[in-house]
Design a protein around this ligand. Sequence first.
Ligand SMILES: *Cc1c(COP(=O)(O)O)cnc(C)c1O
Length: 438
Amino acid sequence: MHPNANNVVGGDANHGYDNMNFENTLSFARQLDKKDPLKSYRSLFHIPKKNGKEFIYLCGNSLGLQPKAVEKQLQIELTDWKNLGVEGHVHGKRPWLYYHHFFSKSIAKLVGASQQEVVVMNQLTVNLNLMLISFYRPSGKRNKILIQANEFPSDYYAFEQQIKLHGLNPADCIIEVMPRPGDVTLRTEDIIAKIEQHKDELALVMFSAVNYYTGQFFECAEIGKACNKHSINYGLDLAHAIGNVELKLHEWGVDFATWCSYKYLNSGPGGVSGVFVNSKHANSFDLPRLAGWWGNDEKTRFEMRKHFVPQPGAAGWQISNAPVLSMAAHKASLEIFDKAGIKALRKKSELLTGYLEFLLRQKTEAGGVGFNVITPTNKKHRGCQLSIQTQANGKKLFEKITKAGVIADWREPDVIRVAPVPLYNKFEEVFRFVELLR
Ligand SMILES: *Cc1c(COP(=O)(O)O)cnc(C)c1O
């Protein structure tokens, strides 16, 4: 079924939970919370409050909440710095020299990779640029990048500038897959058809696995098959996917990926990013890349030799030494993911977002403002976020619910994005949010 089908609130009642008869009552929402095997995880987070009252925080897709353990993890590094100075690099509780190694196992599990295929470093758009340098290699008429319509601006800027760095014209080299007239989201068959149509001109297919605006989760494996078939490099931006949906980057034939850690990974504002580089490129030392001492062979890093000798695997794309303080927060958050497991989180997430969708379907307007959900109804084609498209005066409606204690976000021109996060959101909050919309 096309993910866009039955998108209109109040339309077909196929909410994807045939085995579950949801009810539009507070007591039912509370019952779901009571039965939730992950309910204790909420207590591991600081929930923002005003005048002692907790906000209904539905904005984990923009900035995840702070795990209480962040303070302790940061304190460990501050104490080592205070007491050891530079010696902390080697004699710290977690020696700073090796800091990026401490994340490989947790991140590999989240993205579906081996440990050698991932490394934590830098920021998302910086990493995207680093990856494009290695994996966007235009040659002859194979010089184009295929992307989704309405890609996040930061990514778009990176594509444009990278194309210009090759002396090419972005207008000639970017192909966007557009929704069909009347659709908001994309159909997999249209994406594949575009790849087939341009197979001899594509140097790269680069997709956000989950679109920031519509919340659509693309069929990454299918796209991967089409790319691999024609030896087209395939990259994914996981900004809205990591920690939200299950990922199998290696299995999907992805060449490279990058993400940020401050959205669903709850690692703090501007938190450290990371990259995945498929093991088939682990020893591709001829691939052009930017370089710095941290990507150099660890055994000779401090011999201060000339000439870069990259480490095998993703680690060979590092440039600078690790931002330990920001990474300490990342550590606190990943320990929670290790414990909960992405499979269990996703299971709750499907139920939680399914419940939100069910409740939204009971109405087509709020406070005189008409709305409908543009996110795919099929749970396989979305993560936890639902995007509510408003008709006239949507911004006013958004301001009203904000005043009433909801933290969500507004995306121009007309969308309210809400993301119930399985680690800390409750079914009761989802219920109260929809009541407030009334
Ligand atoms: C959040 C987000 C970014 C942000 O980029 P930074 O480099 O972390 O500032 C970029 N791309 C996408 C798709 C995003 O969702």
